[in-house]
Structures are given as structure tokens and as C-alpha cells.
Design a protein around this ligand. Structure first.
Ligand code: SAH
Length: 235
């Protein structure tokens, strides 16, 4: 049994043709991308590194990491977003970038300890068993490697902002994009990381101002947030 929800994959496939339109449903991903890219790069120094982007979708983060000189493999289980990612990479002539339809768990079994950096952004809240993906990401990383996750917190404020605000009032995202019950508290995510033998070294919030329509990094993890983890170096 693959750890994936076919309905979730279908949602992303249906919208895939608009992935690279910065004014589409994917506007939030386009907007947060420079922030998360810099944050990841500052810590992991991705130039020349082997990176796997888990749940890469249309490739917004994967392609931007390859442009910074990383050797990137993007994986996803939704076919149309992957095709869009491949086409976009071809058209923009970005080298060092590959895409594959494979689950995190299967790639971890196939290539354990092979990646300097593992990124898994805005994906865990769409998966039936997110802790299994966290374990797989830990397994894919080399000893001493970096693993980055981002997701949505679960509390009354995140319900109000991420669902009522983003899907119903501001219509930034299509209704039904997110399911509140699948949101993940930072304590849950860091516990899964710990159980996978990772240490969490940093946590950052991503705040949004609906008036200026801008995002910025902050210490407020109450809605969108990211964590940086490290796998212990070999003894
Ligand atoms: N990580 C990208 C895309 C986020 S959208 C970014 O932040 O820019 C969420 C992505 O997760 C979609 O592309 C969806 O197809 C993918 N996804 C959902 N469930 C998945 C699973 N079980 N395995 C792999 N990818 C999955």
C-alpha cells in the first residue's frame, strides 16, 4: 500500500496546467519560494549538493534550487504536476534537475543515505501517514545531512487563516485545498523527526499580510511554519 491519498493527488493534477502562473492558485507557493529558498540555502549551502525535493509538484522549489547549483531530484506521485515540472525545466534550460514518479518511502529503500539535503515542503498535510514520510526523508539523508519540512499548524487561528481566510474570504486557494484535521502541530512534527533520529535545529514561521499581500519569515509559527533538521554525522 502506497502512503498516498488518490483524491489529494487528483486535486493537484487538475490544477497542474496553472502551476507556473504566479497569479494562479499557486501564487502563495511562488510568493514564499524566495523566502524558503534563501532560508534553506543559508543553512545547507546547496551549491553542488545532492538534493531530493519530496512532493515537488510543478517544481517551483526544485527548479530554484537547481538554479542555485544544486543537483536536484524532484519526486511526486501526481503525474500531471510532474509533467509540468519536466516541461518547465526543459523550456528554461535548467541543468542538474530530474524528476521521478516515486514515493518517498520507495526512494528511501532504493537510495538510503544518498542525499546531502532533503526538502519536503507543503506536502505532509496531504498524506495519510506523514510520520512515515518524515522517516523516509531521514533515511534518504546522508549522515550529517539536512532535512527541511514545512506545513500548516493546527489550532483555531490556522483554521481561520488557512481555511476560512485563504479559501473562502481571500480565495487565494480553491475550496477544499486543505483539510484542517490533517494540519500538523510543531510538537507533532518535531516528535516524528526525533523518532526518526533527527534533531530539529531551527523553526520559522511564515506570516502573511492580506492587505499588502506579502509573506515574511518570523518567529510566529501559529499558521505556516518550517523546520530544519539534521541527521547525526557518523560516529
Ligand atoms: N512541494 C511543492 C508542492 C506543494 S503542493 C512546493 O512547496 O512548491 C503538494 C504536493 O504534494 C503536490 O504536488 C502533491 O501531488 C504532492 N503529494 C501529495 N501527496 C503525496 C504523496 N503521498 N507522495 C508524493 N507527493 C505527494
Amino acid at each position: 500500500m502506497t502512503n498516498a491519498d488518490p483524491q489529494e493527488l487528483a486535486k493537484f493534477s487538475d490544477l497542474a496546467h496553472r502551476w507556473w502562473d504566479p497569479e494562479s492558485e499557486f501564487r502563495p507557493l511562488h510568493q514564499i519560494n524566495p523566502l524558503r529558498l534563501d532560508w534553506i540555502d543559508q543553512q545547507a549551502n546547496i551549491n553542488g549538493k545532492r538534493v531530493v525535493d519530496v512532493g515537488c509538484g510543478g517544481g517551483i522549489l526544485a527548479e530554484s534550487m537547481a538554479r542555485r547549483g544544486a543537483n536536484v531530484l524532484g519526486i511526486d506521485l501526481a503525474d500531471r504536476p510532474l509533467k509540468v515540472a519536466q516541461l518547465h525545466a526543459m523550456e528554461s534550460g535548467v541543468a542538474n534537475l530530474d524528476y521521478r514518479s516515486v514515493s518517498a518511502e520507495a526512494l528511501a529503500a532504493e537510495q538510503p543515505g544518498q542525499f546531502d539535503v532533503v526538502t519536503c515542503m507543503e506536502m505532509l498535510e496531504h498524506v495519510p501517514d506523514p510520520s512515515s514520510v518524515v522517516r523516509a526523508c531521514a533515511q534518504m539523508a546522508k549522515p550529517g545531512g539536512w532535512i527541511f519540512f514545512s506545513t500548516l499548524n493546527r489550532n483555531p487561528k490556522s483554521f481561520l487563516f488557512a481555511i476560512v481566510g485563504a479559501e473562502y474570504l481571500l480565495k487565494l486557494l480553491p475550496k477544499g485545498t486543505h483539510e484542517f484535521a490533517r494540519f500538523i502541530r510543531p510538537a507533532e512534527l518535531t516528535r516524528w523527526a526525533r523518532e526518526a533520529d533527527l534533531s530539529t535545529t531551527q523553526m520559522k514561521g511564515l506570516e502573511y499580510n492580506p492587505i499588502t499581500r506579502r509573506y515574511w519569515l518570523s518567529g510566529d509559527t501559529s499558521v505556516n511554519y518550517m523546520i530544519a533538521c539534521r541527521k547525526p554525522a557518523k560516529a
